[in-house]
Design a protein around this ligand. Structure first.
Ligand code: SF4
Length: 282
C-alpha cells in the first residue's frame, strides 16, 4: 500500500540551495506582496514556508487550447512565476514538460503513489464522452482523469472549458464534451476557475492559498472567493460605477480606480477577473 513520503519544507529546500535566511525572508515578503496581502501577513507566509513542503501539482490538459497554461506562466505580477515555483512543484504539465510518452505517464503514477491525498490535480479543457475522441497513452482521457482525481487533495478546474464545457461543448458538441468537474469522484473537493483563458493571478493565488492556508472558500458555483467575492456580486452597480467603466469618460486610470473603490467595486482589492474593466485598471 502506498504511503506518503516525508518531504522537506520549502525553507529546508531553499537552505539546501544556498539561500540565506535574509534572502528567504525577502522571498517571503515578495510572495506576500505578490499575493496582494498586507505586510502584517509576512509572518504567516514565513511560517507556512518553514513548516510546509512544496505543493505537488499534476496539470493535465484535455480538450484545451493550452490557454490556461499560457496564462499561468505569464502572470504579470513581478516574480510571480518564480514565487510560485518556490511554493509548488509542477510535476506534470503536458504543454511545458520536455518528457513525453511512457516516462511522462510513469511519472504521474509515481506522484500518485508517493503523495496520495496531497497533490493537486489542475485540469484544463473539457472531457469527451465520445469513445476514441481523446485518449492518453491509449486509454480514454476520462478514465485517466478519474483515476488521478481519486487520489488528489483537490481538483482545480482551470478555464471555461474545464469548468462548464466551454467551446468543445458548444452545439453541436461533436465529441459529447463535458466539464471535467462532472467527472470528479465523490468526496474529492473541486474548485472552478472560469475564464477564457482564466487570469493567471487567480490561478496562482488559488494554489498559493492552498500552500499557505488551505483551499480558499468557494461560492455556490465552486469559484474561489478571490474571483467572485460575495460582497461584490451582491451589490447593485451604482451609476457612478457605470461612468467609471466607460473608458472614454475615464480621465486617468488612477482616478478610475479611486472612483471604483468609492463606488464599492472590489476589483482593485480582490484582483477580480475584470481585466477589461477600465475602472479597476486590472
Ligand atoms: S477556456 Fe478558453 S483558453 Fe481555456 S482551454 Fe478553453 S478555449 Fe482555451
Amino acid at each position: 500500500m502506498a504511503t506518503a513520503v516525508k518531504r522537506k519544507t520549502i525553507y529546508e529546500e531553499q537552505r539546501e540551495q544556498g539561500v540565506t535566511r535574509r534572502e528567504f525572508l525577502k522571498v517571503a515578503t515578495a510572495i506576500t506582496m505578490a499575493l496582494g496581502l498586507k505586510l502584517k501577513m509576512v509572518p504567516t507566509v514565513v511560517h507556512a514556508m518553514e513548516t510546509r513542503p512544496r505543493l505537488p501539482v499534476i496539470w493535465m490538459d484535455f480538450q484545451s487550447c493550452s490557454g490556461p497554461t499560457e496564462s499561468f506562466i505569464r502572470s504579470y505580477q513581478p516574480n510571480m512565476q518564480k514565487v510560485l515555483f518556490d511554493m509548488i512543484a509542477l510535476e506534470y504539465n503536458g504543454a511545458l514538460m520536455a518528457g513525453s510518452g511512457t516516462a511522462a505517464e510513469e511519472h504521474i503514477l509515481k506522484i500518485m503513489n508517493e503523495y496520495p491525498g496531497e497533490y493537486i490535480l489542475a485540469a484544463e479543457g473539457s472531457l469527451p464522452l465520445l469513445p476514441g475522441a481523446l485518449t492518453i497513452a491509449g486509454r480514454p482521457a476520462e478514465e485517466t482523469f478519474r483515476e488521478v482525481a481519486a487520489k488528489a487533495k483537490a481538483v482545480v478546474a482551470m478555464g471555461s472549458c474545464a469548468t462548464w464545457g466551454g467551446i468543445p461543448a458548444a452545439k453541436p458538441n461533436p465529441t459529447l464534451a463535458k466539464a471535467v468537474t462532472d467527472f470528479v469522484p465523490p468526496g474529492v473537493p473541486f474548485i472552478r476557475i472560469p475564464g477564457c483563458p482564466p487570469i493567471g493571478e487567480v490561478m496562482t493565488n488559488t494554489l498559493a492559498h492552498i500552500v499557505i492556508w488551505h483551499a480558499p472558500e468557494v461560492d455556490e458555483l465552486a469559484r474561489p472567493g478571490v474571483l467572485s467575492p460575495p460582497a461584490a456580486r451582491q451589490m447593485p452597480t451604482p451609476p457612478v460605477l457605470m461612468l467609471v467603466c466607460t473608458p472614454r469618460r475615464l480621465t486617468t486610470r488612477v482616478l478610475g480606480k479611486a472612483l471604483a473603490v468609492q463606488a464599492r467595486c472590489r476589483g482593485p482589492m480582490t484582483y477580480n477577473a475584470a481585466r477589461n474593466c477600465a475602472g479597476t485598471g486590472a
